[in-house]
Design a protein around this ligand. Structure first.
Ligand code: MN3
Length: 241
């Protein structure tokens, strides 16, 4: 029996009346109506200028990412299990999602994972690659310059909308991979160390059709301290998004 129906019985038995507002508060506490949310930015929207302008950041996060999250919360009303399990588990087993919402969950949960990662790996004064991450980049991707050249080329080849990633295995091996639309490496049981959004909404206000210029400038926004943490978490098996 749910806590709501128990409460109704108690109320009926005692004759006590409680305000609708209290009932609503209890219902909200026992079953969150909006389990997905856009996390707060840890830096100002304008902090990445001139590489990414504040207006683009605001529209991208407050409208595009928020719209994906709103869609997810609507799916979760009738399918709470999509919010109860780790994102990697849901995205890693989309076949288990009911037919009617599978494509919607793929697109919107993929988008939520992609964007949550994206805001986290950027920031002002992000420093440079060093330590274990740099060693892995040297070993697997031919060094930082070759990584950037190859990553930008791969991002440039994405036809239409999609993402370019550096994926990381549990052993710490790195690879450059792309995905269409809002697909995420977690759909293949992999993890993203970092990734860049090459949907036009990520750059169009400032760069118009010049995706190559955006891809090149984007490296100035990367927060290598966050990448260090993600790399360690990936090897420990604790990287959530
Ligand atoms: Mn986007």
């Amino acid at each position: 029996m749910s806590s709501m129906s128990r409460r109704h019985l108690i109320i009926a038995a005692t004759g006590i009346t409680i305000s609708p507002r209290l009932v609503f508060a209890q219902a909200a506490a026992s079953a969150p109506s909006a389990p997905f949310k856009v996390d707060p930015l840890t830096y100002a929207a304008s902090a990445l200028e001139p590489h990414i302008d504040g207006k683009t950041m605001e529209i991208h996060r407050d409208r595009h990412h928020q719209a994906y999250v709103t869609n997810l919360n609507n799916f979760a009303k009738d399918n709470p299990s999509i919010a109860d399990k780790p994102i990697a588990e849901v995205l890693g087993n989309l076949a288990a999602i009911p037919d009617a919402i599978r494509t919607g969950v793929r697109n919107n949960l993929g988008a939520h994972a992609n964007h949550s990662m994206f805001w986290q790996i950027m920031g002002p004064n992000g420093g440079n690659a060093h330590g274990d991450v740099l060693a892995a980049i040297d070993r697997d991707l031919g060094g930082i310059e070759k990584l950037q050249t190859d990553f930008n080329a791969a991002g440039g080849r994405v036809f239409g909308s999609g993402w370019v990633f550096v994926t990381v295995s549990k052993e710490g091996e790195l690879a450059i991979e792309t995905r269409p639309n809002q697909d995420h490496p977690m759909m293949d049981g992999k993890r993203a160390l970092l990734g860049n959004d090459v949907w036009e909404h990520a750059y169009y206000l400032n760069y118009q059709n010049r995706r190559a210029d955006y891809l090149k400038a984007w490296w100035n926004t990367v927060n290598w301290r966050a990448i260090d943490e993600r790399y360690a978490a990936a090897k420990a098996g604790t990287l959530v998004i």
